[in-house]
Every structure is written in structure tokens, then in C-alpha cells.
Design a protein around this ligand. Sequence first.
Ligand code: ADP
Ligand code: LRH
Length: 501
Amino acid sequence: TTEHRFAAVDLGASSGRVIVGEVAPDRLTLHEAHRFPNQPTRVLGTLHWNVLSLYQGVLEGLKAAAAHTAHNRLTSIGIDTWAVDYGLLAADGTLLANPVHYRDTRTTGAAERVAAALPPRALYAATGIQHLPFNTIYQLMAAQGTSARTAAHRLLLIPDLISYWLTGELGTELTNASTTQLIDPRTRGWATPVAAALGIDLSLFPPLRHPGDPAGTLRPEVLAETGLAGPVPVTAVGSHDTASAVVGVPATTPDFAYIATGTWSLAGLELDAPVLTEASRAANFTNELGVDGTVRYLRNIMGLWMLQECVRTWNAEHTRGAGTDLTALLQEAARATPLRSVVDAGDPAFIAPDHMPDRIADACRRTGQPVPRTPAETTRCVLDSLALAHRRAIEDATRLSGRTVRTVHIVGGGVHNTLLCQLTADACGLPVVAGPAEAAALGNVLVQARTAGAITGGLTDLRALLHSTQPLRQYEPTGDHSAWDRAAARLGDAQVTGAAT
Ligand code: ADP
Ligand code: LRH
């Protein structure tokens, strides 16, 4: 049989990776060719992604991938990254400004300006997208009048920008386009009236393409630089990392919820149709578009970002001498008092970088709970809070969609955090299946493999292959379930969902 090797370029907010997947109908193996940090830089008060350095990491990764394949051949390449952010191009294709990080504060006040042009209820009815202060429409509102925005001929979302640099071809991939808040989830096309109300010229966006569509071939200079033997096609995948991660959920039955845990926790359900009700808006659930006509009905939860930022602060302060060892910290957190204090892990107050331990302490103080004193206590507070938010999201999703959940799947980097997986099982009172950690890369590879004809079938078939080939770990709920209800009650009215009124 033909050997099929695919490269998944997967750029997360914490790290970028290029992963080679070898796929046959009964076989799926991954090899991590290259992993590199994703570190933003603040310049003159604005937080930017280092997009050229990320592109450099992609090239190095493809070079390492070439070395890992027979005769330097790849069947194709797929690209997925975090959502909402973009680069602006001049008519000649030059990048006009360095892309701004979604955690930058430039969007402060933008939601009010958008609401003045289009009330939140109408915006939600038209797009089904949860309110996050950094959605692309708010970023565009904030960028209005800047020289880059004024001069822009094209807007490329991050995966589409990387794809453009690799191939010279322009396109806008649909799953990620849905996170702009400019797509109608019923027609899965542009929400033209929304764009008109907000004064956004949709011709900024190159034509939509769908997962599985061809997205060009590597440019000769990229072949030369990576050592890959041409031609190498680039295939559109779920270019929103969360869309690829949901493809990578190894579910064997339809009654599952998923939590993609990395920098963020994205917790919810896969649906056939969007839920656009007022109750859904009030609960701040999103209807992002998925692969194969699906809807990703989920809520954003702060995720392991909170822990990552705490560790960064502690390292800077030398609280733990030589530097914080995550494994040791998690072992200590596992022994800490359970549910001593919890914070609302949906609170947008945790989005911005810096001073995370202090912000967590403040939130505990405000809600009349004991303030965590040690890194282990703070870590326990974060993980208990994430588990509680996971439970709440899954409960809300089932209520709002009328669906039933019997299994919770955890995928993404959080799979390595066994304490978080067990706490999530305890909080939800449901069995948790954890794995794979590299679900986004796997979902990316599987969509490419199906397009190339290496495998066939729908999402159910792709997931069956994952289930039979990937290492998974099951967690059964333990402990006193009502303790979680009491902890949730302590947050009470302080608990927010982020929905704009
Ligand atoms: P992203 O795709 O957003 O960059 P990942 O899915 O790679 O994020 O997840 C990164 C997170 O996974 C880290 O912040 C960390 O909390 C967690 N993680 C990764 N490896 C481990 C590990 N060995 N033990 C505990 N947690 C881990
Ligand atoms: C996760 C993610 C998430 C978005 C956020 C901006 O990496 O793509 O789905 O909400 O980043």
C-alpha cells in the first residue's frame, strides 16, 4: 500500500508544533518533528505575536518533517492555529503591521461601540457567537482609523496568513472565519447585514474555503528551504485549532461532551444545528462552525492560562528558588485542601497577562473565601475552579440544547494534568476519557488523510480510528458530589459568563 505521511502545523498560544502523522485505514501514528515556544512581545504598549518567528518555526518544523519521511515526501500539509487574530496585507501582499495579540487591551470599549451600531441580541441572533472582548469584529472596531487598517487590501486570519506565505494562495477557512463573528451559522456564509451594520468591507476577506479544499502548493523557495520534494499540496483543515481538536475527540457514542484544555478550556457539545436562543446568548454559549457541517456549541473558560501565568509570576519572583517545577507543584496541589476557595474561571478579568496570583487572591477575598497563600494552594484553587467551570459549561450546554451527556472527553495539553482530569470527573459526576493530548494535530492530520483518500468516512469513522490507536485514560467520578454544589453556591452571583447585556 502507498505510504501516506501528513504534516500538521498546529500553533497554540503556548507553543507551536509541526507533527507528522502516518495514516492507513487501521493505523495512525504521530511523530513530533519540532516544537517551539510562542512568546508574545509588548512594543510601545501593544502586545504582539512574533509572527515571523512563528513562521520560522514552521519552516524548521517542515525541514525536520522532511528528514522524517521517505525521500523527503509528504502527501500534504495542513495548518491550524488559535482563532480571531489576523494580519492585514497591502495590495501587493506585504504584511502591513505585526498582528496584535487577542490579549492586548486595545479592544477596551470596542464592544460598546459595536453595541451602539448593532445591539448584542441582534448580533447573537445573526451569528450565534459568544461575547469575548477580543472577537475579530471588536479588534476591527479598535483598529478603525489606524494606517494599517486604512491601507489594508486584504485581511488574513493567522492560519490563512501562514498558508499564504507557504503557497502564495489566498483564502479564508470557514471554521476559523466563524470566530470573526461575521458568519451566519445557518447559511455558513458571510453575515452580510452584520458586516454592513459595522461598516466592515467583506471584500477584505479572500473567498471562503472549507476543510478538505485544496489550498495551494508549497512555493519553490519553501521547498528549497525545507528540503521537501515537490509538489507538496497544502490542504485546508479545520484551521481553527479548536475545530481540529474536536475532530480529534475519540468518542465512540453520540452522547459525549468535550473539553479541549490547553491555554483555554473549550467545553461543550457537537451539534448539527446552531442554538440561537436568547437563553443561549445569556449563558454566553457560542456556535462556532465545525468540520463536516457541524456546530461547536461551547463556552470559553480561562483554562490552564491561569496556572501558566501564575508559574510565570512565581518564577519571576523566585518564590520557589530555582524555578517552579510543574510536576512537583501539581503533586503538592493534589494534597492541598479540596475546594477551599474557588474563583469564576469564566471571568474576563483573568484574560490579560501579569499578576495572576494577586488577581486570584483578590477574587477569593471579594467572595469571602480564604485567600490561597502558597503556590500549591493557588494551584489547587485554579484547578478546582476550572473543574467547576467545566461542570457548569456541560450542564448549561445540555440544558440549552436538550441533549444528554454520558461521557466527558478531555483532549489537549490538559490531558497531562491528571489532577485536573480527576477533578473534572468528580465535579461533573461523569466518567472522563482523557486523551489524546495532541488532538488538534490529529484532527488536522485526519482531515488531510481523508481528503487524500488514505482513509474514508465521516467523523464517527475518524474517531473510531483514534479510539483504536491512541492511548486513552479513563477517570471515574469520586468523592462527595454535593461539595461541588456548595462550592458553586459560594460563587453565587459573583459568577459571570461574560455575556454583554
Ligand atoms: P496550546 O495549544 O493552547 O498552546 P496545549 O494544548 O499545548 O496549549 O496545552 C498547554 C498546557 O498543557 C500547559 O499550559 C500545561 O498546563 C499543560 N501541560 C502540558 N504538559 C504538561 C505536563 N507534563 N504536566 C502537566 N501539565 C502539562
Ligand atoms: C484556543 C483558541 C480558542 C479561542 C482562542 C482565541 O487556542 O483558538 O478556541 O477562543 O484560542
